[in-house]
Structures are given as structure tokens and as C-alpha cells.
Design a protein around this ligand. Structure first.
Ligand code: KL2
Length: 432
């Protein structure tokens, strides 16, 4: 992203004393263009099949860049005019962007607690949203919020998830998730108590070298989603899993999410997330990745819960062992070094642009430009003509852009886009 500064020939200066005037009066005078994003239709089956009900709803996922993290990692934002980094300026744009897209469900990451309490929650409540929040543990200032329009959905339960496990050497970080069960406010869902949506939001560990921690955090979140979305007959209600996963679309972590399986024998911990070219000498993932004392099996389900298919097994012989590049763990058969989940997730985005196949970018600052944000959903594999499907149908999404389009607007954040991430938006049909 070195070309960011050179990419825009014009400069906009924000003097402290006139800033409030610029803020309120002069949004449009900038020479920085807005990004062109359009709504892409993903399904032509727009009519619910004969007589069966469908609940259409939209979801936004947006990492809004907490002001404290912006300040602490100032080296990432050297390409920005100082005025666009001010919180009051960014807040105005962020709220405007949320309002403009008008999603039924909004999942936010990096929401600073004081900003949530004093500004973001009141603003969203005034626009008809119910707001739930989970702050990161420890002294971290930010957390995840899930908000939804009360005119469209009702809260059944809100379930905060902490990944920190005191005494566990692997799960020693402050990242969190938040899982809501929501009932559509339509007559069919109201009359069927087993019909609800599970909406989860998370921001996984950033550290590109610690894929082992990221996978263990994900296992906890998936176990919680599985527990909350599962019905007494063993089937699951639809899941929308949003978040900043700090992992690229070509990474093993992404592949695990969307395929339901990761064979991790021989995989270096620094290669799990595909965030960068990690240094040499990385440890390999050891078996098992997380301690059995967590109570979560290799299918990412709680041990005391009936498994969907084959009975789960977590062999105990080689707990906690660490292998390295020169010493493969010979005591663990490679076919046991596997983690799975049964949620049948797929991504709302393709992760490359048509027609040229360039990567879509969801986050961009002076050190990086890649996709790490996703809206995943449990897809409905039942043909629309058949009854019984409980998955979601992707109706459309707001297009993303590539790196060159972001360079043309001086990267992120800029005068119009006030986070170092872009919001993702998807529209679904719930055949309930
Ligand atoms: O990539 V992020 O930004 O998903 O937008 O998630 C983390 C990073 C966030 C929370 O930890 O802070 C950012 N280099 C770059 N970004 C960093 C760093 C770093 N060293 N540390 C934290 N973040």
C-alpha cells in the first residue's frame, strides 16, 4: 500500500479550529471520491415456492475501528489526513453508513465501550434497533455488538462468549463473541416455537503467528453456536456467523469454516490465517490443538452433547505436546489430526472480483489490503421445490472492491469511509 499517498494528487487540510465547520457544512468539497459499490443479485428464485413462507432479512458486518486501537497503532494510518481520524468525524460517517444501508441485523466489531454506551447504542436505539454488546475481557476497551430492528425480529436470548480460559496456556487472549437467538416477527415463525435464527458475531485474535489460538477460539464459538442452534430432533436452525476472523479467504482457517473439516497434520501455526508471509521456524500445530479439559470435541461440539454423526473421540495420549519443523509428531496418526464442524457454512461473498479475478478487499491500511471479514450462513441444500429446508438462501450482497479502487480513494480510513474496514452486507431468505 506504499502507493497510497501518491495515489491522490489533491490534499484536504483539516485545521483544528475550522474542523467543526467542515464537519457540518462541507462534506462534499473533497476531491476524494466515494467507492462504487452495487447490490449483486445472487438468487433468481425470488418468489417463495408455492405457499411456503419466507422471511427476507438483511445483515451487515462492520469492523468500525476502535479509536483507542487507531491511536495505539498510529503507524498504520500515516497515509490519512489527521482530520479524518478524529472520532467525532468518524462517528458521524459510521452512523450515516449504518443508517444508509438500513440492515435488519447489524454486527459490529471493535466497538469501544464508552462510545457504545454514550453514542452508538443511543443512536441505533433511536433508529429502532435493540442492541446487545460483549466487551473484550481484560483491559481491552472494545468489543462486539449485535443489533437488530425490533420491528422485524424479537430477542429470544443473548449469549456472550469469552475465549479467555484462566490457567489454559493456549486460551490466554481477550477476544470474544456474541450469539443471539432471534425470532422473525412474522405469523409463521410466531406460531412455530422451533423456528428461529442464530446470529453470531466475533473478532478473532489478530496475531498472524498464532493460528493455534485462532482455531481454539473458533472451536469455542462453533460449539456455542451448535449448542444454541440445535433442536431436540438433532437438526439445527439457520446460522448467520459474522465477524472479523483475521484470516484470508485462501487460508486453512477459512477453508475449515466453509468445508467443515481441517486436516492440520504438518500445518505451521503461522500459516493458519494466511495474513502474511510468516517468518520461518514456525511450530507445527500439535495434537490436540486445544486441551480436552475444554470439554469440546474435534467436531467442535460440547462433549456432553449428542454428536450429529460419528461419535466424537479425543485421544488423550499426546496432550499438549509441541512438535516443530524438524521433529514431526510420530505418535499421532495424521488422520487423527483433524478438526470438524457440522454447521454447513458458506460465505456470502465470492472473494474475487469479476471479470478479472482480483481479490476482494475488506480491510485496508498502510500495511495490508485483504479480506478478513465474512458473513457466513448455513445454506439450504434442500431444493426450493421441496419442503423441509431450514437453511438460508442468499438473495444478494453489496459488492466489494479491489485494491486499486481503494488506492484511488487514498485507502482507508478516508473522508467518506471512516473505518479501515468496509461494511459487508448480505440479504437472505429464511424458509421457515
Ligand atoms: O486486523 V484488525 O486490526 O481485524 O482490523 O484486528 C486487530 C488489528 C485489532 C485488535 O487487536 O487491532 C489491530 N499490526 C496491525 N494491526 C494490529 C496490530 C499490529 N501489530 N495490533 C493490533 N492490531
Amino acid at each position: 500500500m506504499d502507493s497510497l499517498k501518491a495515489a491522490t494528487g489533491c490534499k484536504v487540510w483539516f485545521y483544528e479550529e475550522v474542523f467543526s465547520v467542515i464537519l457540518t457544512v462541507d462534506f462534499t468539497s473533497s476531491c476524494i471520491l466515494t467507492l462504487q459499490r452495487h447490490w449483486e443479485t445472487c438468487s433468481t428464485d425470488l418468489q417463495p415456492p408455492g405457499g411456503s413462507a419466507g422471511f427476507d432479512f438483511s445483515v451487515m458486518s462492520y469492523n468500525i475501528l476502535s479509536q483507542e486501537l487507531l491511536r495505539d497503532n498510529g503507524f498504520l494510518y500515516g497515509h490519512c489526513e489527521p482530520g479524518v481520524l478524529r472520532w467525532d468525524f468518524r462517528l458521524h460517517n459510521l452512523l450515516q453508513e449504518i443508517q444508509q444501508h438500513d440492515a435488519d441485523v447489524v454486527c459490529l466489531q471493535e466497538v469501544q465501550e464508552d462510545h457504545y454506551q454514550n453514542q452508538i447504542r443511543p443512536a441505533l436505539q433511536a433508529r429502532g434497533y435493540h442492541c446487545e454488546y460483549k466487551k473484550r475481557t481484560g483491559r481491552k476497551p472494545d468489543g462486539c455488538a449485535v443489533t437488530f430492528k425490533t420491528s422485524r425480529l424479537s430477542l429470544l436470548s443473548s449469549n456472550p462468549v469469552e475465549f479467555l480460559r484462566p490457567g489454559d496456556a493456549l486460551l490466554d487472549r481477550d477476544n470474544v463473541g456474541l450469539v443471539l437467538l432471534l425470532r422473525p416477527n412474522d405469523s409463521v415463525s410466531q406460531s412455530d416455537p422451533s423456528s428461529f435464527l442464530c446470529v453470531a458475531n466475533t473478532h478473532l485474535l489478530y496475531n498472524p503467528r498464532r493460528g493455534d489460538i485462532k482455531l481454539a477460539q473458533l472451536a469455542i464459538l462453533l460449539a456455542e453456536i451448535d449448542r444454541l442452534s440445535r433442536l431436540p430432533d438433532g437438526s439445527t436452525n439457520p446460522v448467520v456467523l459474522c465477524g472479523d476472523f483475521n484470516a484470508a479467504p485462501w487460508s486453512p482457517l477459512y477453508s475449515f469454516l466453509t468445508s467443515g473439516c481441517l486436516e492440520y497434520g504438518g500445518l505451521q501455526i503461522g500459516k493458519v490465517s494466511g495474513q502474511d508471509n510468516s517468518p520461518r521456524g514456525q511450530r507445527l500445530l500439535s495434537f490436540p490443538i486445544w486441551s480436552p479439559s475444554l470439554g469440546i470435541n474435534h467436531q467442535c461440539q460440547y462433549e456432553n452433547q449428542p454428536a450429529a454423526e460419528a461419535p466424537p473421540t479425543i485421544p488423550t495420549a499426546v496432550e499438549g505436546r509441541i512438535s516443530n519443523l524438524t521433529g514431526e509428531d510420530l505418535s499421532t496418526p495424521p488422520d487423527r489430526m483433524r478438526m470438524e464442524h457440522t454447521l454447513k457454512l458458506q460465505s456470502s461473498y465470492r472473494h474475487h472480483l469479476l471479470p478479472d479475478g482480483r481479490p476482494e478487499i475488506s480491510t485496508c491500511h498502510s500495511h495490508t489490503a485483504l479480506t478478513v471479514d465474512y458473513i457466513l450462513y448455513s445454506h439450504d441444500s434442500t431444493p426450493p421445490s421441496l419442503p423441509g429446508g431450514r437453511g438460508l438462501q442468499l438473495l444478494g450482497r453489496l459488492s466489494l472492491v479491489g485494491q486499486s479502487e481503494l488506492e484511488e480513494v487514498n485507502g482507508l480510513p478516508n473522508q467518506h469511509h471512516s473505518s479501515d474496514h468496509l461494511p459487508l452486507l448480505a440479504r437472505f431468505r429464511f424458509r421457515c
